[in-house]
Structures are given as C-alpha cells and as structure tokens.
Design a protein around this ligand. Structure first.
Ligand SMILES: Cc1cc2nc3c(=O)[nH]c(=O)nc-3n(C[C@H](O)[C@H](O)[C@H](O)COP(=O)(O)OP(=O)(O)OC[C@H]3O[C@@H](n4cnc5c(N)ncnc54)[C@H](O)[C@@H]3O)c2cc1C
Length: 383
C-alpha cells in the first residue's frame, strides 16, 4: 500500500435514503420497515454485534399488560402487542414456565380486587393460583396470588432472528461503526461515521436516532436541542434458583417490590427489585450540557443482590436459596412524564428544524409495532 492509498470509505460521500443509528431491537425493526417501503437503508452500530445493549440487558419479559395498572393505555397496547409478538417471534419465546402475580398486603398501590378488575378490563387472563402455590407465600405479607399468562424472550435468539431479517431485507448493516457527526446538507442530512478501518460520510434524506440512552448524545453531535429524559443505572441480578422455582416467575405488585423470572439466553433467572435495581438516576434537560456518561461500565458496579433477595424472601421464603451468579448492568431511560404512572409509550420525536431527523425510543421491546403507523405517516408526508 502506498502512503496516498485512502482507507476504505475514507473520502467518498455515499448516498442513501435513510441512516438508522443503533442496531438494538428498535433500529433493526425500523431498518426492515424502511426497506419494505422501498428505501435504501444503512444501519450503523458502534458495537460489533446486534442487540448488545438495552435489548439484551433487560428482564426479558414479554409484557401482556399486567404490569401497568396505573397506565391503562400502556396495558392495553401491551396486551394487543403480546399476541402478535409471541406469534411472530415464536422461536425466541420461552413459555415453559408459569408466571404468578402476587399482591402485597402493605404498601401496594393496588388491592387484589382492583388488580382483578383491571385485568378483566384489559383482557389479560388471570385466575387464582392453586392453593399449593399460594402456600409458598407468607400469608401475613401477601394478600393474593394469581396465575397470569406472560412469557420471556431469549435475547440471543432475538438477535439471530433480527440478523436473518436484516439479511432478508438486504439492509446495509455496518457493525463496529459509530456515528460521530450529523450535519445539514443540500438535500437532506449528512452522517459521519468512524470504524476501526476508517471514517466516512453518508448523504441521506432521513436519520433515525435509535440509540436509547444515547439519544441526546447523538442530537448533541448535530447541536440539536436535547429531549427531556430520565436515566437510571440499573442492575438485574442473574440468579440460579432452587429447583421448585425453575419453571416459575413471580412479580409482586404494585410498588417497591421484587420480580423474578427466567432469563432464557443464560439459563438463569433475573431478580429485580423496584427499590434496589436502580443504583442512581439523572436527567437530560433541554439546553443543559450532558454531564453523565451513558455507559454502565463507567460506574462502580457493587451488587445489591443481598438486599433484593432478603426482601423477596420475606414474601416467598424459598427465594432465600437463590444464588447470585452475575448481574446485568444497563442505563435505563424513561420519559420523565411516565415516572408516576409507569406508562411506556414510544417516543417518536422529529427535530424542530431538521424534520428528517427522528429520535425513537421504546419503553418495551414489543412496542416496536407502534412504529409502523409513524413510519407510514412520515413517508407519506415526505413524498
Ligand atoms: C433494566 C431494564 C429492564 C427492562 N425490562 C424489560 C422487559 O422485561 N421487557 C421489555 O419489553 N423491555 C424491557 N426493558 C426495555 C427494553 O430493554 C428497551 O425498550 C429496548 O431494549 C430498547 O431498544 P433500543 O433498540 O431502543 O435500544 P438498545 O438495545 O440499547 O440499542 C441502542 C443501540 O444504539 C447503539 N449506539 C449508541 N450510540 C451510538 C452511536 N453514536 N453510533 C452507533 N451506535 C450507537 C448502541 O450500541 C446500541 O446497540 C428494560 C430495560 C432495562 C434497561
């Protein structure tokens, strides 16, 4: 190679219709949708694999509505999306366990009767748990236990499934490519990327910012106004459960309680706790500089598993035998307006001036379906 040889892609400006930044579940799903609408798409992710961040490090629950008694809209959307997600992603679904929702006697934001009524209204199947199951809970702590229909997804199988879909849709997928710049150009936008091999520029009509906790970092690259977001450093403990818990998941409703359920891609259970899973929080405010790093490895990671399991065992004593194997650390990002009602609508935000720059964030994996109408409207308006 001579000294003047350019690195691959170093100088030429390539042209495409859409750049999707972030190859988590949302970016992959959007990239495929855009191809179905006939657009040329380049999908960038700075990681070397698909679905490595929040789409992997989460509780793997395919929500069916139960979780959201304080946000009926999210509960209804969950319930509607559940059937479709389970059928379309069948090979990635683990339905080999029974999920129970229990109601705490104290400090719960719903009573057993209210929870039953809510599930009936949403259409989520619920029945009293058998006496043999209820007997596993401390009756002084637990008002009622219900059997529910809720499953888990295998995040590694989901990544394989999305890889197959990206190939099928001929999406130009570039892993190990970080977005490093955003600018306005003559007929749209220009995105700059960097990889270990070099850097390049893409002239594009649309940019879809699907970077979850990094949404405002990407907006900052183009000096765009940031979106109000709340972030938490979260810990999901990965635990080996006693044999009687292997085919069981339990969520204690509705307040500062625990949840334990299978995490299929590791053959373990996740144990989370509303009080101990968040290890600290901060906000991005429009106009204010972004001060925190959005990488969980930038923080001290001291497990709170002992606190989680101690509290969980007060309700279900056999959980005291759970063994801590590992923890999943991630930055969880939510819309500040949903802090009180726990709602998880998707964020779909077009920049005020660069209208073809769209930031997208979903509070749950199966909310991806809510993007279909947004994409169709955007493309119809843009023609
Ligand atoms: C602790 C926790 C528990 C959860 N539990 C559940 C649950 O049980 N069920 C459920 O449905 N949902 C759950 N969620 C929510 C769910 O994980 C998210 O809604 C979903 O994963 C978001 O997907 P995403 O594609 O937007 O983000 P991600 O999967 O995080 O993808 C964003 C991608 O952007 C990339 N990126 C960032 N910056 C750049 C850049 N500059 N250039 C290139 N690439 C970049 C990252 O590498 C990453 O791959 C949970 C989330 C957390 C954190």
């Amino acid at each position: 190679m001579t000294l003047s040889s350019p690195a691959p892609h170093q100088q030429a400006v390539e042209t495409t219709d859409a750049v999707v930044v972030g190859a988590g579940m949302y970016g992959c799903y959007i990239a495929c949708l855009l191809r179905e609408h006939g657009l040329r798409v380049v999908l960038l992710d700075r990681a070397d694999k698909l679905l490595t961040r929040a789409s992997y490090a989460n509780q793997a629950r395919v929500h069916n509505g139960y979780h959201y008694p304080r946000s009926v809209l999210t509960a209804l959307r969950s319930h509607v999306n559940f059937a479709r997600f389970v059928s379309e992603f069948r090979p990635c679904i683990d339905d080999s366990f029974q999920m129970y929702y229990a109601i705490a006697r104290q400090h719960s934001k719903v009573t057993a009767r209210q929870f039953e009524r809510f599930c009936l209204a949403v259409g989520a199947p619920l029945s009293p748990a058998p006496a043999s199951v209820t007997a596993r809970f401390d009756p002084a702590m637990t008002e009622a236990v219900f059997a529910a229909e809720e499953f888990a997804f295998d995040a590694r199988k989901l990544a394989d499934e999305m890889r197959g879909r990206l190939e099928h849709h001929a999406v130009d997928t570039r892993l190990g490519h970080a977005l490093t710049g955003l600018a306005q150009a003559d007929r749209g936008l220009e995105a700059t990327w960097q990889s270990a091999q070099g850097q390049g520029r893409l002239a594009t009509r649309f940019v879809f910012n699907c970077t979850y906790s990094n949404l405002n970092r990407v907006l900052e690259l183009g000096q765009r106004r940031s979106i109000p977001l709340k972030h938490e450093l979260t810990e999901m403990a990965l635990v080996a459960v006693p044999p009687a818990m292997k085919a069981v998941g339990v969520t204690m409703m509705c307040g500062p309680f625990f949840s334990i359920m299978p995490f299929p891609s590791r053959g373990l259970h996740t144990l989370s706790h509303v009080r101990y899973t968040p290890h600290g929080s901060w906000r991005d405010e429009p106009g204010a500089p972004l001060t925190h790093r959005h990488d969980p490895d930038a923080f001290a990671q001291t497990s709170r598993f002992p606190h989680m399991v101690r509290d969980a065992a007060r309700y279900m004593p056999e959980l005291a035998a759970c063994q801590h194997v590992d923890s999943l650390w991630e930055i969880k990002t939510v819309l500040p307006q949903n802090e009180t009602d726990d709602g998880r609508p998707i964020l779909w935000k077009r920049d005020a001036e660069w209208r073809q720059l769209v930031s997208v964030m979903g509070g749950k994996i199966d909310n991806v379906y809510d993007l279909e109408a947004e994409i169709a409207t955007l493309l119809a308006e843009d023609l």
